[in-house]
Design a protein around this ligand. Structure first.
Ligand code: NAD
Ligand code: MG
Length: 387
């Protein structure tokens, strides 16, 4: 049997996707690309396909299909387009692991299909666990499929748990950089621009997660993601601000001992670990030096200024379809902020108001979640257009 893992990358043209390809290129003896997918960025998708020669590529936006097909016509690469193709390619027998590096709710159905087909998941797409954590984790258990976290905080926790899976977690401590607006008050935040919000101090990421980091919604989504990945209650999840992003997160065990995982902020480490687990693969990434960081800081998050963290905890405690509507309203709010249709602080109000209007379903089916997502988006759009 070949020891090479064949990887399907959903969202290969994004920040996580391109870094995953960097990892794969550096370890071509361990990984090969089976599937590449992107939504709009056809030029980069074509370039990647020519370089990595996958079996299949999928372009989400069907308008680009002919161009991608034509560009790859001299190669043995199948080209498909659209959402349905994205949801069915993950079932291919030749795939060993699916990296979900696409952004937002669009990850939900492909992730479900991949788990149903028995594929291990390297999960970057946190929104899927926010929307349907209960359903996804139950399905993964039923299918005996492992979900390996890619998000740096969750990878840190996972790395702390290796060798400890039988030991109960007392609590986890999720670290947050605080984003570009750490220490600012509501008066300052009233008129901040998208350009300011898009300047993250430590990480270079896609636009949506960068805005989420500035508004602390990213940490809120990560709290919910952690609940599902590690089977925790809200009371077991603590968030602390750590501006240098060196301590990626920590686990406290029942004897009071705390384990953390540290390193320079480089997503290629968690991406690589999710693909190579249980092995660690030798890398040439820059090493961390304590003497460069003599003053690591830790602070309490400012929950009065950044309301999204509490909104996420509320959704987590409420359960049911609450986090699904939180996610949908947030996706609409971020898109509107990026189009200058709402202001920075208005995003939290929009999310809170949208969530209040959605009827609560305690044990939602997949169809209920799809309907909740749709309804919330309509409500949020309506609230924006009434402004
Ligand atoms: P990105 O915007 O850079 O890339 C997103 C990718 O998804 C692109 O390849 C795009 O073509 C594809 N895509 C977008 N919309 C799609 C749709 N509707 N259907 C199919 N494909 C679509 O985003 P990113 O920063 O790489 O983040 C990807 C995911 O990983 C997000 O869920 C994010 O929260 C998570 N994540 C990212 C980082 C990071 O450092 N970038 C860290 C932790 C977690
Ligand atoms: Mg993270």
């Amino acid at each position: 049997m070949s020891t090479i893992k064949r990887v399907a990358i959903l969202g290969s043209t994004g920040s996580i996707g391109t870094q995953a390809l960097d990892v794969i290129q550096q370890h071509s003896d361990k990984f090969e690309v089976e599937v590449l997918t992107a939504f709009n960025n056809k030029d980069l998708l074509i370039k990647q396909a020519l370089a990595f020669q996958p079996n299949v590529v999928v372009i989400g936006n069907e308008n680009h299909y002919l161009e991608v097909k034509e560009a790859l016509s001299k190669h043995p690469i199948k080209v498909y387009a659209g959402d349905k193709a994205l949801a069915s390619v993950v079932e291919m027998e030749t795939i060993d692991i699916v990296l979900t590096a696409l952004v937002g709710y669009a990850g939900l159905i492909p992730t479900i299909k991949a788990i149903e087909a028995g594929k291990p998941i390297a999960l970057a797409n946190k929104e899927t666990l926010v929307v349907a954590g209960d359903l996804i984790t139950k399905l993964a258990k039923k299918k005996a499929v492992n979900i390996y976290p890619v998000d740096s905080e969750h990878s840190a926790i996972f790395q702390c748990l290796v060798g400890e899976f039988h030991n109960p977690i007392e609590k986890i401590i999720l670290t947050a950089s605080g984003g570009p607006f750490r220490g600012r008050d509501r008066e300052y935040l009233k008129n901040v621009t998208k350009e300011q919000a898009l300047k993250h101090p430590n990480w270079d990421m896609g636009a949506k997660i960068t805005i989420d980091s500035a508004s602390l919604m990213n940490k809120g989504l990560e709290v919910i993601e952690a609940k599902w990945l590690f089977g925790l209650d809200a009371s077991q999840i603590e968030v602390i601000v750590h501006p240098q992003s060196i301590v990626h997160s920590l686990v406290q065990f029942e004897d009071g001992s705390i384990k953390g995982q540290l390193g320079l902020p480089d997503m290629r480490i968690p991406i690589q670990f999710a693909l190579s687990y249980p092995e660690r693969v030798k890398s040439n990434f820059e090493r961390f030096n304590f003497m460069d960081y003599p003053n690591l800081q830790f602070e309490k998050p400012d929950r009065q200024t950044f309301k999204n963290l509490d909104l996420a905890f509320t959704a987590l405690v409420r359960g049911g379809n609450a986090a699904c509507s939180l996610n949908a309203a947030n996706e609409i709010a971020v898109a509107a902020f990026l189009q200058d249709k709402v202001k920075f602080l208005e995003m939290s109000d929009l999310i809170e108001q949208s969530m209040e209007k959605i009827s609560f379903i305690k044990e939602p089916s997949l169809d209920d979640l799809i309907a909740t997502d749709k309804e919330t988006r309509i409500i949020s759009e309506e609230l924006i257009s009434r402004k």
